[in-house]
Design a binder for this molecule. Sequence first.
Ligand code: 8YV
Length: 343
Amino acid sequence: MRTAPVAVSASLLYACGRGEARTSGGVMAIHLGAISNQQPFVFEELERRGFVVHKVFQGKSWQDWARDLAPHAHEIRGLLSGGMTGLPKGLIDALPKLEICAINGVGLETTDLPAAKARGIVVTTTPVLFDDVADLAIALGMAACRRIAEADRFVRAGKWLLGRMPLGKSFWGKRYGILGLGRIGQALARRLEGFGGTIAYHDPVPKSGVAWRAYGSAVELAASSDILFLCAAGSPGGGVIVGREVLEALGPQGVFVNIARGWLVDEPALVELLTSGGLGAAGLDVFADEPNVPERLTRLDNVVLTPHIASSTQECMRRMGECLIANLTTWFAEGRAVTPVAM
Ligand code: 8YV
């Protein structure tokens, strides 16, 4: 529920259409904290609308953010966060006037939803990134199969002058496995339908109305897949989904693609199997301890690495930023969010 620290009616705020509240004593700006960096237009637009944004995204943990926001703790009513930074419990406690946390992304693993609910804080995400993330999953799968990054290095190093590169694998016509059939997984499956193979999935939540074959476990799915895509959402306190046994079931010819979260995978086992040939190849956008990437991975030719860029297109970042601005503006103008998380 919305709590108003200043006596302001929502309709008055709506009439202002800005990040400020008119009171009998004049105009009072609405203060926001930003614990995650945003595209410049997001800050510019919010400030143009009259919000005051306190940027503390240099910090690494909730303790840093709480310390840096402390001088404004009693005036901050909204928070700008990201898919990885979320809304930790410690920050909820540190910001007694917080009404809304607008996350630029869809990850919720670092957001304490029960604590937010208990305090009546609305949490919003930007559910407008699924197609771009699904595109990158295809790109990584294809790059791993066709050895695109290795081929680029081959040409640049002048090796073509000495002979041809070793053969890649076809991407089309394969058995595609999707772990996690949420909105990203479904966007990916629809794309894969154009590649002439078979599509199967495993998801702990039963899916109705989809034609793709369901498997009861990640291991069974991996054993029946040539290319396995991890698209699962990370939930707080959730453990590894892709353990060694899943990767071994995928096998020496198998290709693993991860556009979800690095910590959902047994990363040491992944590195070891890619090195020993127990797993064929991988395309990885996410890692257990970003931005640190295991050094051994960077030395493997059968791995394509990208720095968590699945949603990093100009178009997607524009949509996500606009969605975040709309959530904050609508909340303070009308007392409702556009894309709230169900709690
Ligand atoms: C975000 C992500 O764009 O949505 C998520 O959870 O992982 C990303 O695609 C990134 O975390 C920035 O907030």
